[in-house]
Design a protein around this ligand. Structure first.
Ligand code: PLP
Length: 417
């Protein structure tokens, strides 16, 4: 059937669709598939106990039914927004009002709204793009725009570290911000690499964005104060020119589909109008469950005391396994500064990362090929085809068996090259 231009763009296969298909197959495939691909947060028993308690109370109080039986407004549940305003003002003195926050069905939809508000076709035939100042970036951004050719990615500076590790930094000399850039966007911590942009990098990007009169979008899906899967001591950043996006997903509630956008009122108003058209209103279940945790700031305590140590310990364990089992100087891991992933670099591997992904999948291990994570960069840079993303947050035995398969395949490839 012939589709519209929109239909053709959005019905074709995309990296994020492959990833979500794999994730679903992994969930259904049981023990036969080692799922180290998707971005599903780990199951943390203590956290699930707390969610169970909260839901039992809501059920008892009739609030669960109330929430399911009623629409909220297009910007989401008022009581939750009010509690977030109070918490953020208390923590950081950001002087927010309820007009500065709106909710979406997961932060993924917030990015779709934002990218299409701030890039694409403008008056007088002008076209604007979204700048990712540090590639690699989140795979979910790559197809989230109505027009083609919307993103510009910039290669990072690479610093080699000890213990088979390395780190990316923004190459400010390579950033070009002309009239054709509508916004700058970074994830911090970064999915896929686990990189955390330093305070200096964020301040510099903020100054650049302000001086070009464009917003700086910071994707805080893994950041502080919740879920706080961040292992570096950095400051949260917000001002009138920042669009800060948060989510309840990595806090442990991805099925609740709750994204949180904090921005100036011009942006939140535009986003709320869009939300009315696209979704009527965002779902209320996530906000209702998390409301008591925000009101008494337990969300911060849980993030600091349960979530962060859980992921930190897992990331260190996986790094140890990987470096022991792949003792090759061409193999490096990006310094793990946050998020759920390890970013693996197989320098001069004789096959591409996509081919490696396929070989691992045949052996029952699912990871994600790194080439998807360079939106806005042309494919010619060899590095794009040398990396894999691995979710380290699954059960220890699953990670261990996954690393075994990866090590067998990669060690064999290096030894025969
Ligand atoms: N941003 C980043 C960096 C992510 O990794 C994800 C999910 O993996 C999202 C945004 C979207 O998350 P959600 O739509 O579940 O809030």
């Amino acid at each position: 059937m012939p589709y519209s231009l929109f239909g053709n763009k959005f019905s074709k296969h995309s990296g994020i669709t492959e990833l979500m298909d794999d994730l679903n197959a992994g969930v259904k495939g049981g023990d036969d598939i080692l799922m180290l691909g998707g971005g599903n947060p780990a199951t943390i028993p203590k956290l699930n106990e707390r969610f169970t308690e909260l839901m039992a109370t809501l059920l008892e109080q009739g609030k669960l039914i109330d929430t399911l039986a009623n629409y909220d407004g297009p910007k989401g549940k008022d009581a939750f927004i009010a509690a977030l305003v109070e918490m953020f003002n208390d923590l950081y003195n950001w002087n927010l009002t309820a007009e500065n926050i709106m909710l979406t069905n997961g932060s993924q939809s917030a990015f779709f709204y934002l990218f299409n508000l701030l890039s694409g076709e403008f008056d007088n035939g002008r076209k604007k793009k979204i700048l990712f100042p540090l590639a690699p970036e989140y795979i979910g951004y790559a197809d989230a725009s109505l027009s083609e050719d919307t993103f510009i990615g910039v290669k990072p500076r690479i610093t080699e570290l000890d213990n088979q590790q390395f780190k990316y930094n923004v190459d400010f000399d390579a950033l070009e911000i002309g009239d054709d850039i509508g916004a700058i966007c970074v994830s911090r911590p970064t999915n896929p690499t686990g990189n955390v942009l330093t305070d200096q990098e964020i301040e510099k990007l903020d100054r650049l964005a302000k001086s070009h009169n464009i917003p700086l979008i910071i994707d805080n899906a893994y950041g502080t104060p919740f879920p706080n899967i961040i292992f570096e001591d950095v400051k949260p950043h917000f001002n009138d020119n920042t669009i800060l996006c948060l989510s309840l997903s990595k806090f442990g509630l991805p099925g609740a589909r709750c994204g949180i956008v904090i921005a100036n009122t011009e942006i939140t108003k535009a986003m709320s109008n869009l939300s009315g058209i696209m979704a009527l209103s965002p779902g209320g279940i996530g906000p209702e469950i998390a409301l008591p945790l925000v009101k008494n700031k337990e969300i911060i305590k849980i993030s600091n005391d349960i979530i962060k140590p859980f992921y930190y310990e897992k990331s260190q364990r996986a790094i140890k396994l990987l470096t022991e089992k792949i003792p090759n100087s061409n193999f490096r891991i990006h310094k793990s500064e946050g998020a759920l992933f390890l970013w693996l670099w197989f320098k001069d591997l004789p096959i591409s990362s996509h081919e490696l992904y396929k070989r691992l999948k045949e052996k029952g291990l699912i990871v994600v090929s790194g080439h998807y994570f360079f939106p806005g960069l042309d494919n010619e840079w060899q590095h794009i085809h040398e990396c894999l993303r691995l979710n380290y947050a699954q059960a220890d035995d699953v990670v261990e068996r996954g690393v075994d398969i990866l090590a067998d395949v990669v060690n064999e490839l290096y030894s025969t090259s």
